[in-house]
Design a protein around this ligand. Structure first.
Ligand code: S3P
Length: 739
């Protein structure tokens, strides 16, 4: 949304309000910025500095504004909001910047309905212990997070306007639910400020306080910096967020009592345990979140898995949400009209990078909170030009699908990835997109980064050269924007989540020839819907194999997606003699799901039917372990696609299996595995999540421990793998390694 020719009013020209005004004027010197404040001096200075154009009494300037930014302490904000509501024109958008959201929303809820639908609560996570207009800076929000806590009743254009305002200041716009915001901020901001005020207060009251302050070293200065913050504002915040702050304060008081007891008892071990735990946790989050890369979630640590041989497998598990469906839920929810609710979302790094990319494209998304997302769709034509290259991390799916979507947008962008993704073939998508009229460039070797200059596209009739759902989905995503019909024919059935989800979002698509051909007309709309993401069969596959290879095992996997284009792993394992049964089969949000029970027993090697390859494309690392534990040989041909996944999975698996003493022979398009006894040893995952998890389950039938190197990328698809694997019966642990 273009806010540059709108009139913006800042109410409260302090540190935050002044910094917003400065940033807006830098982004666009012609932007009209009005202000209202009780400090006439600040207003005069700001006019002199060219930071605002005019000031006036609150009611008067409210009547002239298109967008009001309420930037005063929380208790003053609740006092002013009714007056603002009474003075603005209907349709004027109002946002605030308070560090506590529930109070202001309770206040807004008492005001008229049109005002409520145009009130978007916000909170920039930026500031300083300094306060007032004099401390304001144009770059205060640059690369900082701003949290919006919208509600489904908010008018989409109002939300888009507030989102655009913060984009202009250089901030990243995140979304959170109201309750979660106040709980999280109580812990991460309100408690530390309270403690800083408290420690200074305690020291001031000591008899030798002068000496204490005179000799105070850097630690005290660091710790007490926050106590120089604005006293009025922070008293307001503590009162406004009293209940959430009291809860976390109680936890802290409990910890202090424990620490005191440990000190009095001179319990060095207890102190060491607490301090080293806290140090490790802080070092980890600094590394993960403060490394200067705010968009992408980067797994910086180098993790190795250590798995003990043997073990029993049993119990009942639910593995995390489906990765393919999670990516698509964000993509379609973002370009739909209306609000999409997603549950069961995969909070793995791949899907989180897609989420971050759509936030960068101007979409407001609340969550994930316990697997739930609320996506405030911007419609087919509402995406905003990204301000930087979009980093798709490790995910080929995200890059290929987004390329189709972005090729049709009226702006330029660049898509990049990690070391593995930057080696994966992209001509398979740039070729059809270019045929549609797209301007898209790869490197000379056909790999990322992708440089896309979006523009109008024309529908094509495309025969996929390989059975790839990513390529099919890329062309269909471009097709919904293209002029005329887009028709895609696949050589063999591959996963159809895009087709199902387009229908779920009410986009007309016809699927013919048993799913092999799909057709759609460009230029229609998507309408928001609710999505229930089933557990990912590709993650469940490791446990299917784990139970299948351990005689006597019995494992239940709950609510697993069993879309027929994904169940090759079940067909192949059954052909090898595995005992797998499905119960509770039902449709959840257009996708078939079931509970799966696997009982362990003897497996036999087979020739894998080629028609099953696209239906089990991600499950081969796990299936190769089943083959290594089976009697006789397993032979696979026609699977050259495995060579261009997150790693060359044929080479990576063959190398690891040989390391464990298993006889293998590789072909350009497959592998022969001779089943037998697995030994122990060290294997390389090549940074591929599925290779790492496959060798973890191999230990169940190994004679000696297995160490798997470079496993951090398991977090791309399967957060919580270690815990679930332990719960199922694996003796697995992880260690960190320095590069
Ligand atoms: C996916 C399709 C498959 C699969 C990938 C996810 C998708 O890739 O390997 O993990 O979500 O469309 P291809 O379609 O390229 O084989």
């Amino acid at each position: 949304m273009d806010i540059q020719n709108r009139t913006i009013l800042i109410v409260g020209l302090g540190l935050i309000g002044g910094s917003v005004a400065r940033a807006l004027k830098i982004a666009n010197p012609d932007q009209i910025v009005l202000a209202s404040d009780s400090y006439q001096e600040s207003l005069r200075d700001a006019i002199e500095d060219g930071v605002i154009d005019e000031s006036g009494a609150l009611a008067e300037v409210c009547g002239r504004a298109d967008l009001v930014v309420l930037a005063v302490p929380p208790l003053i904000a609740t006092a002013l909001l009714p007056e603002i509501a009474a003075s603005v024109r209907p349709g004027t958008v109002v946002t605030d910047v308070g560090s506590v959201k529930s109070r202001i929303v309770e206040c807004a809820n008492t005001l008229d309905a049109v005002f409520q639908s145009h009130f978007i609560p916000g909170h920039p996570i930026a500031g300083s212990e300094k306060s007032g207009y004099g401390a304001s800076r144009a770059d205060l929000f640059q690369n900082r997070n701003v949290i919006l806590t919208p509600r489904p009743g908010n008018t989409p254009s109002a939300l888009a306007m507030v989102n655009s305002l913060w984009r202009l200041t250089g901030a990243h716009v995140l979304g959170m639910s109201l309750a979660n915001h106040d709980r999280v901020l109580a812990a991460t901001s309100h408690l530390p400020h309270l403690l800083a005020f408290a420690i200074v207060d305690v020291l001031v009251k000591q008899e030798q306080s002068e000496d204490i302050f005179r000799y105070a070293a850097g630690g005290f200065a660091d710790f007490s910096r926050l106590a120089s913050s604005d006293a009025k504002m922070w008293s307001d915040i503590f009162v406004a967020n009293a209940s959430a702050t009291a809860v976390v304060l109680d936890d802290y008081i409990e910890d202090l009592q424990l620490l005191k007891a440990a000190i009095v008892a001179q319990d060095h071990a207890r102190l060491m345990q607490l301090c080293s735990g806290a140090k490790k946790a802080r070092d980890n989050f600094v590394n993960k979140y403060f490394s200067g890369k705010t968009q992408t979630i980067m797994t910086k640590e180098i993790l190795d898995f250590h798995v003990q041989p043997g073990g029993h497998i049993g119990g009942s598990l639910r593995v995390p949400g489906d990765k393919s469906i999670s990516h698509r839920a964000i993509i379609f929810g973002s370009i739909a009209q209306g609000v999409t609710h997603v549950k069961g979302f995969l909070e793995g790094e791949d899907a989180l990078n897609t989420l971050a990319a759509f936030r960068e494209l101007g979409v407001t998304i609340v969550g994930p909170e316990k697997g739930e997302l609320t996506i405030y769709g911007v419609g087919m034509h509402g995406l905003q030009p990204p301000r930087r290259a979009l980093d798709m991390g490790n995910s080929g799916t995200a890059m290929r699908l987004m390329a189709g979507l972005l090729a049709a947008q009226p702006f330029a962008c660049e898509l990049s990835g990690d070391e593995s993704l930057n080696q994966r073939p992209m001509r398979r998508i740039s070729d059809p997109l270019q045929r549609m009229g797209a301007r898209i460039e790869t490197t000379g070797s056909g790999t990322p980064p992708l440089k896309i200059q979006g523009g109008p596209l024309k529908g094509i009739d495309y025969q996929l050269p390989m059975a790839s759902a990513q390529v099919k989905s890329c062309v269909l995503l471009a097709g919904i924007y293209a002029e005329g019909e887009t028709r895609v024919t696949e050589p063999a059935p591959c996963r159809d989540h895009t087709e199902r989800m387009l229908s779920g979002f009410s986009y007309p698509i016809s699927v013919e020839a048993g799913g092999r051909v799909c057709r759609l007309q460009g230029g229609q709309e998507l309408r928001a819907c609710d999505i229930d993401v089933p557990a990912d069969i590709s993650s469940a596959a490791f446990f299917l194999v784990a139970a299948a290879i351990v005689p006597g095992a019995e494992l239940h996997l709950q609510h697993v997606g069993v879309n027929p284009t994904r169940t090759g792993v079940i067909t192949i394992l059954r052909a090898m003699g595995a005992n797998i049964s499905l119960t509770n089969e039902q449709l959840a949000g257009g996708e078939p799901v079931a509970d799966i029970t696997v009982r362990g027993g003897a497996l036999k090697g087979i020739v894998i039917p080629e028609d099953q390859i696209p239906l089990a494309i991600d499950e081969f690392p796990a299936l190769f372990i089943a083959a290594a534990c089976a009697s006789g040989e397993t032979i696979l041909h026609g699977a050259e696609e495995l060579r261009v996944k997150e790693s060359d999975r044929i080479a990576a698996m063959a190398e690891g299996l040989q390391q464990l003493g298993v006889v293998t022979e590789t072909y350009p398009d497959g592998i022969r595995i001779v089943g037998g006894q697995l030994g122990g040893g060290t294997v390389e995952s090549r940074g591929d999540h599925r290779i790492a998890m496959a060798f973890a389950i191999a230990a169940l039938r190994a004679k000696a421990p297995i160490v798997i190197r470079d496993c951090a990328n398991v977090a791309t698809s399967f957060p919580g793998f270690l815990e679930l694997a332990r719960q199922a019966g694996l003796g697995i642990s992880a260690s960190q390694r320095q590069d």
